[in-house]
Design a protein around this ligand. Structure first.
Ligand SMILES: O=P(O)(O)OC[C@H]1O[C@H](OP(=O)(O)OP(=O)(O)O)[C@H](O)[C@@H]1O
Ligand SMILES: O=c1[nH]c(=O)c2nc[nH]c2[nH]1
Ligand SMILES: [Mg+2]
Length: 162
């Protein structure tokens, strides 16, 4: 199946992160937030503002490809969050769940929330806002150029003649 793209603008990311904050507000109170760098940093900042949470930790997991098997390495462990009790873990998305599994082992009692989720990873997190299909690549605003571009009319799409 051809991959699809789901483009997220800054406005949409802000709205979706706020929607996630609404889902989390009554599950707290939260002692702090652990942002999964780098993608979780901006959603974590938005959610921290909405939940009036000022203690922000980070965790960094890098996934290297060795002989095509993803081998995740923790390059920065969280130190201020203990076993995760009372803490929120925030990432932008869960895809295969590799990153989330590693972070969960470090913070087993934390509540894991992502803005977006794909089917293979959605059961690993506790809360998310929007699900996209597994063959969808989410294009975040920090990875894209928002310059306006001409778009051809649908009537001129490939396979429609003319
Ligand atoms: O569920 P997974 O298959 O592990 O994929 C999800 C992870 O992949 C992306 O991070 P990435 O490792 O690309 O690094 P980045 O956040 O620094 O961009 C994304 O921000 C998630 O953390
Ligand atoms: O920008 C991204 N979009 C995605 O859909 C994705 N899945 C894993 N890592 C990802 N990064
Ligand atoms: Mg990431």
């Amino acid at each position: 199946m051809a991959p699809q793209y789901y483009t997220v603008t800054w406005d949409q990311l802000h709205r979706d992160a706020r929607a996630l904050a609404w889902r989390l507000i009554d599950t707290g109170p939260w002692k702090g937030i652990v942002a999964v760098t780098r993608g979780g940093l901006i959603p974590a900042a938005i959610i921290a503002r909405e939940l009036e949470c000022r203690l922000i930790e980070s965790v960094s997991v890098e996934t290297y490809n060795e002989e095509s098997i993803g081998h995740p390495v923790v390059t920065k462990a969280p130190t201020a969050a203990g076993d995760g009790e009372g803490f929120l873990i925030i990432d932008d998305l869960v895809d295969t769940g590799t990153t989330a599994r590693v972070v969960r082992k470090l913070l087993p009692k934390a509540h894991f929330a992502t803005v977006y989720a794909k089917p293979a990873g959605k059961d690993i997190v506790d809360t998310f806002v929007t699900e996209v299909s597994q063959n969808t690549w989410i294009l975040f605003p920090w990875d894209t150029d928002a310059a306006p571009q001409f778009v051809a009319p649908i009537a001129r799409a490939p396979g429609r003649g003319a």
